[in-house]
Design a protein around this ligand. Structure first.
Ligand code: MG
Ligand code: ZN
Length: 220
């Protein structure tokens, strides 16, 4: 019984995600599903990214959080349009939540939509949001064993940001083994080392993202 219920949930989610993907394509909006553990640095990275990105593109953000609007307030301070989704304890965003959030976003005026998912390496991986790409933030302090322990979230990522790289010397994180594990799960994944406190690797990430947006938004 429980299995049947889960299948129905995924089917409904996938139908809505396909609908969203078609709409994003029609409106030429590039959508990033930003994933990672709580405390991996998703919002800090987003703040740094928006600074560069919003000079070139019209950008909006959807913030997924269990209870607070703290991250949305941080984005709002940058003058970027932001919609908060509170999942009230739910540990992931799903496509119907994104569909409702779009009521408050003008897709015609938009180039890029960034969705910061609920901090969690497990079930957000199973919920397609109609995104163009997935980006996963994995911070050095989480440990290099995470790719093999949570392969599903890394499998479909276009890019993994190894964040808080400035803390490397204070940990036993093995960069080579993290990189080779990621490549074994996902041979085409891009991997960039970043630090938001030291401002390192951010130009690489922003440049990579800009290229993706420009090539992804070319009309077919
Ligand atoms: Mg956050
Ligand atoms: Zn969940």
């Amino acid at each position: 019984m429980e299995i049947r219920v889960m299948e129905n949930i995924f089917d409904e989610n996938d139908r809505t995600a396909d609908e969203l993907r078609a709409k994003f394509r029609e409106k030429n909006v590039f959508v990033i599903n930003l994933l990672g553990s709580p405390g991996s640095g998703k919002t800090s990275l987003l703040e740094k990214t928006l600074g560069a990105l919003s000079k070139k593109f019209s950008v909006a953000v959807i913030e997924g959080d269990l209870f607070t609007a703290r991250d949305a307030e941080r984005i709002d301070r940058l003058g970027v349009p932001v919609v908060q989704i509170n999942t009230a304890g739910g540990c992931h965003l799903d496509a119907p939540m994104i569909k409702r959030a779009l009521d408050s976003i003008d897709l015609d005026a938009l180039d890029v939509l960034i969705i910061e998912n609920v901090g969690n390496l497990v079930c957000p991986a199973s919920f397609d949001l109609g995104e163009t790409i997935r980006a996963v933030v994995l911070s050095i302090t989480e440990g290099d064993d995470k790719p093999l322990k949570y392969p599903i979230i890394f499998k479909d990522a276009a890019i993994v940001l190894l964040n808080k790289i400035d803390l490397l010397e204070h940990t036993n994180f093995d960069l080579n083994s993290a990189r080779s594990d990621l490549q074994s799960i996902n041979p085409t994944v891009e991997i960039i080392e970043t630090s938001c406190t030291k401002d390192s690797g951010l130009e690489n990430w922003n440049g990579w993202l800009e290229n993706k947006i420009l090539s992804g938004s070319e009309k077919v």
